[in-house]
Design a protein around this ligand. Structure first.
Ligand SMILES: C[S@@+](CC[C@H](N)C(=O)[O-])C[C@H]1O[C@@H](n2cnc3c(N)ncnc32)[C@H](O)[C@@H]1O
Length: 210
């Protein structure tokens, strides 16, 4: 299934919240999780990293200097902010480009690590995006997601189910189940850590066994 409706929806949501995105999703709330996600990538000097759904680039200053990062995103307005941030912070080991995560324009097996921070519940096509992330990641490379997933607590999980119609209108899914999602694309958890406020988010890594 192709994400043909997604670009319009993404611009509707992120075009509007773009200017205040960094205030809402900024370092106060999510940088703990972003830093843990980078650690889980186990980046070696010279590594090539793909960040899918890079948004305004809030993760970019947190990477080690000795790797090369390509960030992709569907939203032009978010990427403009990422470019300004890279210029302001003098980040020279990253570049960003518009691209759909469901149709990555890279050959197979070309990245050592692939990351999606707060991305997998923001796309309408999580399985297709994960398949693409696997395809472009080298065998034995590491794929990391930092995201909110549906709670295993039945009461909290039921609340997240109830909130999902509202969340969908705001451009994300509130009740995505991590293990079943990974299972559908043949991935298994390698390491996982609860992160961010009230430990409501998870940073999870997988080895690309293919
Ligand atoms: C909640 S933001 C997260 C941004 C960033 N990773 C962060 O940590 O702040 C989700 C991002 O995913 C992007 N996105 C959603 N679907 C996408 C797709 N199919 N391809 C590429 N980017 C997508 C959105 O445009 C948005 O910038």
């Amino acid at each position: 299934m192709m994400a043909h409706k997604e670009p319009k929806m993404i611009e509707r949501v992120y075009g509007k919240i773009g200017p205040i995105y960094n205030f809402i999703y900024g370092k106060l709330l999510f940088n703990e999780g972003r830093s843990v996600a980078i650690k889980l990538l186990e980046i070696k000097p010279g590594a090539k990293i793909l960040e899918v759904g890079v948004g305004t680039g809030l993760t970019l200053p947190l990477y080690p200097h000795e790797c090369d990062i390509i960030g992709i995103d569907l939203s032009e307005s978010m990427l403009k902010q990422a470019e300004s941030l890279m210029e302001e912070r003098g980040i020279h080991n990253a570049k960003v480009q518009i691209m759909d995560a469901t149709k990555l324009e890279f050959p197979d097996n070309c990245f050592d690590g692939v990351l999606g921070n707060l991305f997998i519940s923001a796309t309408t096509y999580p399985e297709k995006s994960l398949e693409e992330m696997r395809r472009v990641c080298k065998p034995g490379g590491i794929i990391v997601l930092m995201n909110h997933f549906r709670s295993e607590n039945p009461i909290v999980g039921a609340m997240e189910n109830a909130l999902n119609p509202v969340a969908k209108r705001l451009g994300f899914t509130s009740n995505l189940e991590m293990v079943p999602l990974l299972g559908r694309v043949g991935m298994k958890v390698r390491k996982s850590q609860k992160v961010n406020a009230l430990n409501l988010w998870t940073a999870v890594s997988m080895v690309n066994d293919k």
